[in-house]
Design a protein around this ligand. Structure first.
Ligand code: NDP
Ligand code: 8X3
Length: 245
């Protein structure tokens, strides 16, 4: 039976990943800070209340997993957030630090704790949730996009380091996904502003991302999906902006 460790499982993508893999018969360890949300995932999912930014707590929590869930086959590094959309010169430095600590350090902490076991067992799959913001800049994307560029490059570099170990690495990079708490968190709890982002268009859903992750995970063992980038049909690219005098 496959064991899947999902971070950020109390909401949005992470909850969809937990449900998707549990429905598939996997053992799921669901990690986040909000215990009540994790409990709502049901009895088939093992809740793990931990803040991924806390390096010692992450290491201890993984060390103390029950034997039934200790051999992790798939790590989904999903916990993350964007805070604010102000231009860099008006942004809050605390917001920048929290994004860096969660999206980069948190992902490092979980990967560092889980990877050695995968290598020792010569099997495993690290699936990192990046973003189109890693590749395509936009106003107000500043540190958030930069953290996701870290996720993308770290994923590719992991592949180099894991060469010959049998451990796979995938980075999944979605564009606009609605129905999660992402934009409400980004706009400091302003649900109206958050909802307005998706007015008149059909965004991706967390279940769409779960399908992409599940597809990458279910490839035969000789196949490594390096990167999956997906957007809603309603989202595409615009020309460079030009400032005229
Ligand atoms: P949500 O806000 O719905 O979910 C974020 C999850 O991360 C929550 O479960 C939250 O749980 C968890 N989390 C946040 N901080 C921590 C922490 N310090 N320790 C542990 N868990 C934490 O957002 P989404 O589901 O939309 O986003 C999931 C991921 O997908 C993020 O990495 C995001 O950057 C990325 N993404 C989102 C897109 C979108 O448009 N929605 C598009 C592309 C990428 P809790 O608060 O309980 O700790
Ligand atoms: C989330 C997608 O476009 O809001 O990563 O940055 S976007």
């Amino acid at each position: 039976m496959t064991t899947v460790f999902v971070t950020g499982a109390s909401s949005g993508f992470g909850a969809a990943f937990a449900r998707r893999f549990a429905a598939d018969g996997a053992r799921v360890v669901a990690c986040a800070r909000r215990a009540d949300r994790l409990a709502a995932l049901g009895p088939d999912v093992l809740p793990l209340v931990v803040d991924v930014r806390d390096r010692a707590a992450v290491a201890a929590a993984i060390e103390e997993l029950p034997a039934s869930h200790a051999e992790i086959d798939i790590l989904i590094n999903n916990a993350g957030l964007a805070l604010g959309m102000e231009p860099a010169h008006r942004a809050d430095l605390d917001d920048w630090e929290q994004m860096l600590d969660t999206n980069c350090r948190g992902l490092m902490n979980c990967t560092h704790a889980i990877l050695p076991g995968m290598v020792a067992r010569r099997r495993g799959h690290v699936i990192n949730i990046g973003s189109t913001a890693a590749t395509y800049p936009y106003p107000g994307g500043n540190v958030y996009g930069a953290t996701k560029a870290f996720v993308r490059q770290f994923s590719l570099n992991l592949r180099s380091d894991l060469h010959g170990t049998g451990v796979r690495v995938t980075c999944v990079e979605p564009g606009m996904v609605g129905g999660t708490e992402f934009s409400v968190v980004r706009f400091g709890g302003d649900a109206e502003r958050a909802g307005g982002l998706y007015d008149g268009m059909v965004p991706l859903t967390a279940d769409d991302i779960a399908e992409a992750v599940h597809w990458a995970a279910r490839q035969p063992p000789h196949v490594n999906v390096n990167t999956v980038e997906l957007m809603p049909v309603a989202q595409s690219f615009a020309p460079f902006q030009v400032h005229r005098q």
